[in-house]
Design a protein around this ligand. Structure first.
Ligand code: SAJ
Length: 449
């Protein structure tokens, strides 16, 4: 029996041991789904703290209930360990480690390289190895394949190697690991077949493609698509600001087109661990091939300019009250990178607050999901949202429009609200003067009221 047939049999009868490297927001949900399928799962993470809490039956990932972890730990089905030698017992290894950007905005591949070293040291004939981390096209073939071949393992005969992009959307109430289609691309046809069979055991829909590069590019297209379209709508906001037109009215009306249009909304910039970063992996790779990915670069330029645009809006709004930014008390509402989550990574709120402080404003924030945070040694805590505070500050700036905030109270008690998410519009008339991304300039050619 060939290694492929043996592995397919073990996947089929669930006797395979599945390993996951990286027990974060991608790896832990995958590990739990593999346990639910019936596999024995070895979770490897470099963090002693994470492995210890998981082995206590706790969970550090909002989408993974502690009870689910506890159930599989108690059943002896799930092991979280920092001992890489435990990977030697695995039939499949899925790698879900971070791929951040360095300060230079170049890919930081150190986590993937470390995982590749760990896997190749433990690899043996009969294994399936899948990289899931978002990365530039060519990574699987360039960083993993040579290390496995250096161990005398032939790809597609002894071991099977593929790329399969993660599509985890933390906090998404509808789409989870199991019901989000999984794209898979192997080095060889046999690699694709084995990887497809493995993921098909656990995930409802598997989409095989012809190579790891195709699979790597699928992910980059998905997230570059978002970055570019967010950049477009942010530039349209700047255009509408110059023309004195309400961008939200324009977008809502455009969104009535039942075909050929997809709604994106402007904001104070883009945050998170995907959209601001992933496109730069492709831009970096293409620069090495002497090609400039102009859409990616321009979208990044526009999106990165939005915090400054918002600070100018705030300055103009205060100016209209005869106030300077310097010395003004400003309350930022919502600092997580998107609505109704607690994640601060790359949040544009940090840029806005830093720029306001640089101009001499006294800045506080309220975010029901972010009780406190520290950035570059600068620690802040969320202040209670009270009528006294709202009445005392010179401006309230809505950066992230969490549902858990009482915007009616904000409109009733604040004097000035700079609303970058257009959340106040739904409230109708308020005591507060509300300025949006495109409302503080006199309308061009507007008729008299
Ligand atoms: N944003 C806008 N305007 C928009 C959409 C987003 O300003 O119209 C901003 C958000 O406020 C945020 C940033 O862009 O700061 C990113 O928002 P996002 O909705 O893309 O959320 P993410 O970063 O959590 O993206 C993830 C991605 N999922 C994966 O990479 C697996 C992305 O592919 C998903 O499409 C997205 O979730 C989603 O749809 O929720």
């Amino acid at each position: 029996m060939s290694a492929q047939q043996r592995l397919l049999t073990r996947i089929g009868d669930r006797s395979a041991v599945a390993a996951v490297i990286g027990l974060g927001y991608v790896g832990l949900p995958l590990a739990m789904e593999l346990c639910e399928t019936g596999f024995t799962v070895v979770g490897f993470d470099v963090s002693e703290r994470v492995c210890a809490l998981l082995m206590r039956g706790e969970s550090h990932i909002q989408d993974v209930p502690a009870a689910q972890v506890a159930k599989h730990v108690a059943a002896g089905r799930f092991l979280a360990t920092t001992d890489a030698t435990r990977l030697a017992t695995a039939d499949t290894i899925s790698i879900a480690v971070p791929t951040p950007l360095a300060k230079t905005r170049d890919p930081d591949m150190s986590y993937v390289v470390a995982a590749a070293e760990t896997v190749s040291a433990q690899a043996r004939a009969g294994m399936l190895i899948v990289l899931e981390s978002t990365t530039y096209p060519g990574t699987t073939r360039e960083l993993l394949q040579p290390r496995l071949e250096a161990r005398g393992l032939e790809i597609g005969r002894d071991v099977f190697l593929a790329f399969s992009p993660e599509r985890v959307d933390p906090g998404n109430p509808v789409y989870h690991t199991k019901n989000t289609p999984k794209v898979v691309g192997g080095i060889t046809r046999a690699c694709t077949e084995v990887a497809t069979a493995f993921y098909a055991s656990t995930i409802d829909t598997v989409v095989p493609v012809s190579s790891p590069e195709a699979a790597e590019l699928v992910k980059l297209l998905e997230n570059t698509f978002r970055s570019v379209n967010i950049g477009l709508v942010n530039e349209m906001a700047i255009v509408c600001d110059r023309l004195g037109v309400d961008i939200w009215e324009v977008i809502d009306a455009a969104a009535t087109k039942p075909f050929g249009f997809m709604k994106f909304t402007p904001g104070p910039g883009i945050g998170g661990h995907c959209i601001p970063l992933d496109p730069h992996y492709l831009a970096w790779k293409m620069r090495s091939l002497n090609y400039k990915t102009r859409f990616i670069d321009l979208a990044s330029e526009v999106n990165s300019s939005m915090p400054d645009f918002v600070v100018e809006k705030i300055a103009w709004a205060l100016n209209d009250e005869g106030k300077a930014v310097k010395g003004s008390a400003i309350l930022v509402l919502g600092i997580a990178y998107k609505r109704d989550i607690d994640d601060m990574r790359e949040s544009p709120a940090l840029d806005v607050m830093r720029r306001l402080e640089e101009r001499g404003a006294r800045v506080q924030y309220h975010d029901p999901h972010v009780p406190h945070f520290a950035e570059d040694g600068h620690a802040m805590a969320s202040v209670p949202l009270t009528p006294e505070l709202l009445g005392a500050v010179d401006a309230v700036v809505i950066i992230t429009d969490h549902a858990a905030v009482d915007y009616v109270a904000v409109g009733a008690q604040a004097a000035l609200v700079v609303d970058t998410r257009n959340v106040m519009a739904a409230l109708g008339a308020t005591r507060a003067r509300v300025v949006t991304l495109t409302s503080s300039r006199p309308a061009v050619g507007a008729g008299s009221e």
